[in-house]
Design a protein around this ligand. Structure first.
Ligand SMILES: C[S@@+](CC[C@H](N)C(=O)[O-])C[C@H]1O[C@@H](n2cnc3c(N)ncnc32)[C@H](O)[C@@H]1O
Ligand code: SF4
Length: 460
C-alpha cells in the first residue's frame, strides 16, 4: 500500500542519484585503467572470434548548442573540422580492428552524438566505410543512428537507408514554442513530421522520437499537446527523458533559469501525462523512460523480462562486449569499462603515438558483477529473479544483500514501490518512476560519495 501523499513521496525520494546507464557508474572510472591495459583487453577479446560485438561511434559535432544539452558535444561551424576528425577516427578503427584480429561480427552498431548528420554525404559514407571494410553485420543486427530533424536532409536520409541503418532516432524534446525558445532549440512540428514521413516512405524499420520532461516553461497543458502531436505521427518508440539539470558539470545549463523549471510535483505530473497518453494509445512502457508500440520487439522483450540496457539504450540484442570509438565513447570489454578522452587534441595526440585514446576506465570485481546484474534487471524489467541471481553468482541472496533488503523494506517497500518474496522482487506501477531510488539500495559506491560535492542529477 502506498503511504503518504504524492507530494510527501516526491519530497522523500527526489534526491541526487545515478541513471544507471552503467554499474558501477562513470563517476568510478579512473586513470588507473590505461591505454596499455586496454590493448591487453582487446587481445583477450580477440580470442572469442565468434562472439558478436556491439560498436558505438561518437560523432560529437553540432552547429549550435541547445541550452539543456547534457551530451558530449563540440559546437562548431568551421569547415574541415569534421573531415579532420574522420581521419583520426579511421586511424582508431584500424588500430582497434587490427588488435581484434578477425573478431568482426556486429550485433549492434550505433552512431550517436552530437549530431551524426552534421556530416556531409561524403563524410557519412567515409565513416561507414571505415567500419564496413573491417566488420560484418549479424543477421538482424541493430544499426542505429541519432539524427536532428532540423539539419537532416532527405538525401542524407536516403543515404542512411541505403547504407543499412534500420533504427533512426530523432531528437524532438518538445513541440511548444515557448519551451523551445527557453532552451535555444527551434524546431517546427513540420520539420519533424517531414523527416518522419520521408523515413517512413523509405521503409526505415524503426523510428524513435526523444522527448524531455522537466524543461523550462513546460506545463501539463503544453506537454499534453506535445504528446498528442507525437501520437499523430506514431513513431515506433519514444524516449521521455527526465531533464538532467547538472549546471555544475555542464556550465552552459546556467543559461536556464531555475525559476522557469517546473516544480517537482509538476515534473512528476508531466511524466504521468506522457504515460497516460502513450499507454492509452497502443504503447507499452519500457524501462524507466521509454515507450514502444506493443507490437515492437522491445515491448515483447519487456513482457518476457529479457530486455537489456547498455550505453546505447535498451536492446534485445545484448553482446557481451562492446567497443566505443570517437571522443568520449565508452566500451565494455572483458569485464572492464573503457572511456576515450573527451578532448579532440588529446584524441589526436594518442593516435599520433600509436595508442588507443583511452583516458579512464574501470575493471569490475565479482561484487560489481553481481550488483550490476541486479540493477540491470530492475532497471530494464522492473523485476528480479532472485533465484537466477543466486544460481548465476553462487550466492545466498538474502544474506549477501541483507543491508540492501533492510533499506528497501524501510523505504521503497513501505512506500508501495515494490513487492518482494523469497524468489523475486517486483517494482509496482507506482514504483516505476522511482526505480533509480530502488537500485540505489544495491549500489555499493553511493555511500562513499556522501558529503562530496553533487555529482548526479535528481531522481525525480
Ligand atoms: C545526441 S542527442 C540526439 C540527436 C541530436 N543531437 C538532436 O538533439 O536532435 C541525444 C538525446 O539526449 C537527450 N538529452 C540531451 N541532454 C539531456 C539532458 N540534460 N537531460 C535529459 N535528456 C537529455 C535529448 O532527448 C537528445 O535527443
Ligand atoms: S541536444 Fe542534440 S542538437 Fe542539441 S546540443 Fe545536444 S547533441 Fe546537439
Amino acid at each position: 500500500m502506498t503511504s503518504g501523499s504524492t507530494a510527501d513521496l516526491l519530497a522523500k525520494y527526489d534526491r541526487p542519484g545515478p541513471r544507471y546507464t552503467s554499474y558501477p557508474t562513470a563517476v568510478e572510472f579512473n586513470e588507473g585503467f590505461t591505454p596499455e591495459r586496454y590493448l591487453e583487453k582487446l587481445d583477450q577479446a580477440a580470442a572469442a572470434k565468434e562472439d558478436p560485438l556491439s560498436v558505438y561511434v561518437h560523432l560529437p559535432f553540432c552547429r549550435e548548442r541547445c541550452s539543456f544539452c547534457g551530451c558530449n558535444v563540440i559546437i562548431t561551424q568551421k569547415p574541415g573540422v569534421a573531415a579532420a576528425y574522420i581521419e583520426d577516427l579511421e586511424r582508431e578503427v584500424a588500430l582497434v580492428a587490427d588488435r581484434l584480429q578477425g573478431r568482426t561480427r556486429l550485433a549492434q552498431y550505433h552512431w550517436g552524438g552530437g549530431t551524426p548528420t552534421f556530416l556531409s554525404l561524403e563524410e557519412i559514407e567515409r565513416v561507414w566505410r571505415a567500419f564496413s571494410d573491417r566488420f560484418t553485420f549479424e543477421p538482424g543486427a541493430e544499426i542505429a543512428i541519432e539524427v536532428d530533424p532540423r539539419v537532416t536532409t532527405h538525401r542524407q536520409a536516403e543515404l542512411l537507408k541505403r547504407l543499412g541503418f534500420n533504427r533512426i532516432s530523432m531528437g524532438v524534446q518538445d513541440f511548444d514554442t515557448e519551451v523551445q525558445e527557453a532552451v535555444n532549440r527551434y524546431q517546427t512540428f513540420q520539420q519533424t513530421k517531414d523527416l518522419h514521413e520521408h523515413l517512413r516512405g523509405l521503409g526505415v524499420e524503426s523510428i524513435n522520437f526523444d522527448f524531455i520532461y522537466g524543461l523550462p516553461h513546460q506545463t501539463p497543458e503544453s506537454f499534453r499537446k506535445t504528446i498528442r502531436l507525437a501520437l499523430e505521427l506514431r513513431p515506433d518508440r519514444v524516449a521521455v527523458y527526465s531533464y538532467a539539470f547538472v549546471p555544475w558539470i555542464k556550465a552552459h545549463q546556467n543559461a536556464i533559469r531555475l525559476e522557469d523549471l517546473p516544480a517537482r510535483e509538476v515534473k512528476h505530473e508531466l511524466f504521468g501525462i506522457a504515460h497516460e497518453l502513450f499507454t492509452a494509445d497502443g504503447y507499452q512502457q519500457i524501462g524507466m523512460d521509454h515507450f514502444a508500440l506493443e507490437t515492437d520487439s522491445l515491448a515483447r522483450a519487456a513482457r518476457d523480462h529479457t530486455l537489456y540496457r547498455n550505453f546505447m539504450g535498451y536492446t534485445t540484442h545484448p553482446a557481451r562486449d562492446s567497443v566505443g570509438f570517437g571522443v568520449s565513447a565508452i566500451g565494455d570489454l572483458g569485464g572492464a569499462f573503457a572511456q576515450n578522452t573527451k578532448k579532440l587534441n588529446r584524441y589526436r595526440d594518442a593516435l599520433d603515438s600509436g595508442l588507443p585514446p583511452i583516458e579512464r576506465g574501470f575493471e569490475r570485481s565479482k561484487d560489481d558483477e553481481i550488483r550490476r546484474d541486479v540493477i540491470q534487471s530492475l532497471m530494464c524489467n522492473f523485476f528480479l529473479d532472485v533465484r537466477a541471481i543466486e544460481r548465476a553468482h553462487r550466492i545466498d541472496f538474502a544474506s549477501y544483500f541483507a543491508d540492501s533488503l533492510r533499506e528497501l523494506d524501510e523505504g521503497p517497500v513501505s512506500s508501495g514501490f515494490l513487492t518482494r518474496t523469497q524468489d523475486s522482487i517486483e517494482v509496482t506501477s507506482s514504483g516505476k518512476l522511482f526505480v533509480r531510488n530502488i537500485c540505489m539500495a544495491f549500489d555499493a559506491y553511493l555511500k562513499r560519495h556522501e558529503g562530496e560535492k553533487q555529482v548526479f542529477s535528481r531522481t525525480v
